[in-house]
Design a binder for this molecule. Structure first.
Ligand SMILES: [Zn+2]
Length: 283
């Protein structure tokens, strides 16, 4: 699933290309996308002639601020991504925004093979008041280490579960929580209330560094994720632990590489990747 760096990459692309565009119409062959918005026909009627004033990311959501106080919130879910050009796999496109700026007409394609994407359209206040937006925690890139330590001091339970909780921090998912815990040498099953402050501080610093690094590399493509030009994100090639089960741990200790095999463990419904030797279990 696209996480903060992937959604940030797409949002930055959309911002550059779409500001000032006006909606002409929306096409979709998957009306379920609009179940939270009063249905496709209602959205089609209301979105017409609405101008895109601003685009921003909130957690893993992309928010389109439209004229007349309307908002369109898109969650890419498993496989959704926006494309400026029609992809070769036309059958994956289940939503098209027909937009224009002056006399220039354009299309924005939403490719989504699994069709789990979610769209909320309506008056801005109502969209922002929906629990899936309103309950989101702060963005990790917008808080300080001190804020993080304060927030995590109020939590209990497995650190991996806490990091994945969107009400704790918005935008962190399986890939970057695995990477950050590995770099901070904290076992994913550690209890947050047992991890020393100094190690939590390192965890936050590593989390920020991996998110920023991935944004620079335009995200992670394991399978479906593409940027708006249809290009893959490069972080997958540089990942440290995620999806490296059975490979040798490359962390250094005492001047040589650890060499232990990367293992996986189930945490909630998710699979965490970790080094059993380097990552300490606090419990
Ligand atoms: Zn190791």
């Amino acid at each position: 699933m696209p996480e903060l760096p992937e959604v940030e990459t797409i949002t930055q692309d959309l911002k550059k290309r779409l500001s000032g565009y006006v909606f002409v119409s929306i096409w979709s062959d998957w009306p379920k996308y609009f179940s939270l918005s009063g249905g496709l026909s209602s959205v089609q009627r209301l979105v017409k002639n609405k101008k895109i004033n601003k685009i921003e990311r909130r957690g893993k959501n992309i928010l389109f601020h439209l004229s007349s106080g309307y908002m369109l919130a898109v969650h890419l879910k498993m496989t959704g991504h926006f494309l400026f050009n029609e992809p070769e796999r036309k059958s994956f496109v289940h939503l098209i925004f027909n937009i224009k700026k002056g006399k220039k007409h354009s299309k924005l394609y939403f490719s989504d093979v699994r069709k789990f994407g979610r769209i909320i359209f309506g008056e801005k206040d109502k969209v922002l008041a929906r629990p899936e937006i309103k309950k989101l925690g702060p963005d990790p890139l917008e808080i300080t280490t001190r804020d993080f330590l304060q927030l995590i001091s109020k939590r209990k339970g497995k650190v991996k579960t806490v990091l994945l909780n969107q009400e704790f921090l918005a935008g962190v998912g399986n890939i970057y929580s695995d990477e950050a815990l590995y770099m901070a040498k904290i076992h994913p099953l550690s209890l947050v209330e047992k991890i020393p402050q100094g190690n939590l501080k390192i965890l936050f610093i590593k989390l920020i560094s991996v998110l920023e690094r991935s944004i620079k590399l335009r995200g992670t493509t394991r399978q479906d994720y593409r940027d708006t030009s249809g290009k893959k994100g490069d972080y997958f090639n540089q990942r440290l632990v995620y999806a490296r089960k059975g490979e040798k741990c490359a962390l250094q200790s005492g001047g040589r590489a650890c060499g232990s095999r990367i293992k996986t463990v189930t945490v909630g419904s998710r699979t965490a990747h970790f080094c059993p030797k380097c990552q300490r279990l606090y419990k």
